[in-house]
Design a protein around this ligand. Sequence first.
Ligand code: CU
Length: 143
Amino acid sequence: MKYLVILVGMLCTQIALAADVKVEHAWMRATAPGQEVAGAFMDITSAADARLVGVSTPAAGTAQLHTMSMNGGVMEMREMKEIALPGHKTVKLSPGGLHIMLFDLKQAMKPGDVIPVTLDIATSPRHHEKVEVKVEVRDLGGH
Ligand SMILES: [Cu+2]
């Protein structure tokens, strides 16, 4: 079923030249001293079927797309090659689910900081759009 959805999405995006992607509520938690890995979260809505295929930021050495799920009572995280963005549907990257994982953070993330993150979104097999997102660092008192 998942493959069918992806295939249909690819057919549809042939005619969509601009994805018109909206990103809202982009945030991450403030980091603890010495913490070099953190998740980033946001709501992504694309006007047309598209795929999030990459992410980068000057604030981290590496950024990956991740998914999290329960497996035999244990939370498991794994890297995704891409995240489908069905047209007119808001895809939520959130704690415990899909997320962006930042590795090798260059500096401590303090509440109020704003981290620039670039999303690489494929709107068709040949067309990519770079979407600049400002990720707000929040203190949720979790440390
Ligand atoms: Cu992760």
